[in-house]
Design a protein around this ligand. Structure first.
Ligand code: SAM
Length: 280
């Protein structure tokens, strides 16, 4: 059957290169090129953008990104077995696809990219959250990227977009929503992948804000939210005892009831508390 880009169907690519999925590399491949193009479209107009893709595997999403008109794609893949398949895509799109063989947690990608930059990936589950946290906590803001369009296990996606007073609300929601707009844009059942994982997946789209949503020192905000959510069922006057004897006065000055629990507190209130603690 003809494909969107004239390259062989992914099942043939995987068979030709004997790409048996490896569990330890989080390999669950997307083989439907209509679906990968749909995921690529969730990243917005790619025509004037460089795209960083982590974990291209046999290249299904890579082909979606190129077919959707990305100016350039930089793909970082740890599994050397995938490189010949990716080289075939690079040959079909001259000058548009650069592949780096390495670990995305270690490779320096910045020198290979020109702004504006979007990050799009069907992330290996074992490194997905760590990469997201790194992308959300650069030394300076705004970061090198404009948006992140990332596949996660559904449960992780829900933690990123969660609102107060819900089970999934916690540090990841606060971290993401402090400096980004974050929403789930696509749900995928296990059968969308080969092999099918045990869990459902979802694509989250995060667009960075020019400034954090509310002023706060990132390190202080991180410290107090860690303390608060490490004991999420406790009242804040108890979980935040480490802030010192003034903890109740600080909470009240931030408009937070000392008897409230972490999961009831909105981002704006945590930022107010972070400012009071920093000034303290
Ligand atoms: N993007 C492909 C797709 O959608 O079909 C593959 C997605 S698969 C869930 C994750 C990919 O990330 C695999 O190709 C795996 O080899 C790669 N990978 C795993 N750990 C990695 C790491 N630390 N750095 C770069 N790639 C990694």
């Amino acid at each position: 059957m003809a494909t969107i880009d004239g390259l062989p169907p992914l099942r043939e690519v995987i068979a030709a290169h004997e790409l048996v999925a490896k569990k330890q590399l989080g390999q669950n491949f997307l083989l439907d090129l209509n679906l990968t193009a749909k995921i690529a479209r969730q990243a917005g107009d790619l025509t004037g953008c460089d795209v960083l893709e982590v974990g291209p595997g046999p290249g299904g999403l890579t082909r979606g990104l190129l077919a959707e008109g990305a100016r350039r794609v930089l793909a970082v893949e740890k599994d050397a077995r995938c490189l010949p398949a990716l080289a075939e895509i690079a040959a079909a799109y001259p000058g548009k696809l650069e592949v780096i063989h390495g670990d995305a947690l270690e490779v320096d990608v910045l020198s290979h990219l020109t702004p504006p930059i979007r990050i799009v990936a069907n992330l290996p589950y074992n490194v997905g959250t760590e990469l997201l946290v790194r992308w959300l906590t650069p030394k300076v803001w705004p970061p090198f990227w404009d948006s992140l369009t990332l596949m996660f296990q559904k449960e992780v996606a829900e933690r990123i977009v969660a609102k107060p007073r819900t089970d999934h609300y916690g540090r990841l929601a606060l971290l993401a929503q402090w400096r980004c707009d974050a929403k789930i844009v696509l749900h995928l059942p296990p059968e969308a992948f080969t092999p099918a994982p045990k869990v459902h997946s979802a694509v989250v789209h995060l667009t960075r804000l020019a400034e954090p949503r509310y002023p706060a020192d990132g390190a202080v905000l991180s410290r107090i939210t860690a303390m608060a959510f490490n004991q999420r069922r406790k009242m804040l006057r108890s979980s935040l005892k480490g802030l010192g004897p003034q903890v109740e006065a600080m909470l009240e000055a931030a408009g937070i009831a000392p008897t409230a629990r972490a999961e009831e507190i909105a981002l704006e209130q945590f930022c107010a508390l972070a400012r009071i603690v920093a000034a303290g």
